[in-house]
Design a protein around this ligand. Structure first.
Ligand SMILES: O=P(O)(O)OC[C@H]1O[C@H](O)[C@H](O)[C@@H](O)[C@@H]1O
Length: 323
């Protein structure tokens, strides 16, 4: 596979060449879309570097986005794949991040589009681009004054979103650009679209430790049974899958595998579904029975903290395959 970063886009129009991926910036420079020669596509908002659409070659949407999601930068997007950084949830007991809002500032900041690169198929000659990678960057200069004050550290994030044939992969490089050490959590908050939650089961989380965030007053830890996970009520759990990141977490519907998630350096999987009451209580969740058509399966590094000394970097990611 040949990676050709910064391939001139003029090549796209050259006659005789195998079909190329097309990348478009639209909505007054607020949105980046990519389409593969197969017709598969993604759309990413610069606001939050939020992926708001991933379609297969037939135009079938793979992600769930609320009908009341704000895409104008006034609120984190309810759906798609928001990026969580530098804190998952809130952390009142972690002094350095205690002033940040739920899930941090990455999902509510405007990122920079750093460019695209494509790779061609090595196996099917003349079939054109196999994948397209979009890179997005976030640094302190992109933050609001409030976020900068609440988290005054020197950092650089590069978030890469790659659309391949039947594959959506997201990876994050986090770099400490200062001299002082700091800690973070990060997560890719993927809202998967399903046809009927009653028919969904998730495998790869069997016999694993999990934290149930719905138990009060203190979230409790437990070990999951050896059977697959079915969702029949409000669910908000942080799993540490027993098989580790390389063992796929698979979403099945009606017994058929629909998505597989393989992770690198993201040791936890959060499973979230607000169910009826949670959807009702969430103003931007529409339609109210939309909880039947989604499940969040979120790959993250959210148990404890990743510490970076000055100049150090960390990288993690997930590869989601539509089956
Ligand atoms: O409403 P949001 O801030 O977008 O969070 C939505 C959900 O995100 C994660 O899945 C958390 O585990 C949940 O506790 C939270 O409710």
């Amino acid at each position: 596979m040949v990676d050709r970063p910064k391939k001139p886009s003029a090549l796209s129009a050259t006659p005789g060449l195998a079909p190329q991926a097309q990348v478009t910036i639209s909505h007054s420079n607020n949105r980046v879309s990519a389409v593969l020669p197969t017709g598969e596509s993604i759309e990413v908002l610069l606001f939050g570097a939020t992926i708001i659409s991933w379609k297969d070659a037939k135009g079938g949407e793979k992600l769930w986005v609320s009908g009341k999601a704000k895409t104008d930068g006034t609120k984190a997007v309810r759906g798609g794949v928001p990026v969580v950084f530098p804190v998952f949830g809130t952390a009142p007991d972690h002094a350095a991040t205690s002033k940040l809002p739920q899930h941090g500032f990455a999902r509510t900041s405007r990122w920079e589009f750093l460019g695209k690169s494509t790779s061609e198929s090595s196996s099917i000659s003349g079939s054109g681009d196999d994948s397209v990678k979009l890179d997005f960057g976030l640094s302190p200069s992109n933050l609001s004054e409030g976020s900068r004050k609440a988290w005054p550290f020197e950092f650089g994030l590069i978030y890469s979103v790659t659309l391949g044939r039947g594959i959506l992969s997201t990876s994050m490089v986090v770099r400490n650009e200062g001299d002082e050490a700091w800690e973070f959590q990060t997560l890719m908050h993927t809202y998967f679209r399903v046809a009927d939650i009653a028919k969904v089961e998730i495998t790869g989380l069997e016999s694993s430790q999990y934290l149930d965030k719905l138990t009060t007053p203190i979230p409790s830890t437990a070990t999951s049974p050896s059977a697959s996970l079915k969702i029949a009520a409000q669910t908000d759990r942080v799993y540490s899958p027993a098989g580790g990141p390389e063992v796929p977490v698979v979403i099945k519907e009606g017994g058929k595998e629909t998505f597989s998630i393989v992770r690198d350096n993201l040791n936890e999987i959060v499973v979230w579904n607000p169910w009826e009451a949670g959807a009702k209580a969430t103003a931007d969740f529409e339609p109210k029975d939309g909880y039947k058509e989604m499940v969040c399966v979120e790959a993250g590094a959210v148990k404890g903290w990743v510490k970076l000394e000055g100049g150090e970097s960390w990288e993690g990611g997930q590869v989601v395959t539509a089956l």
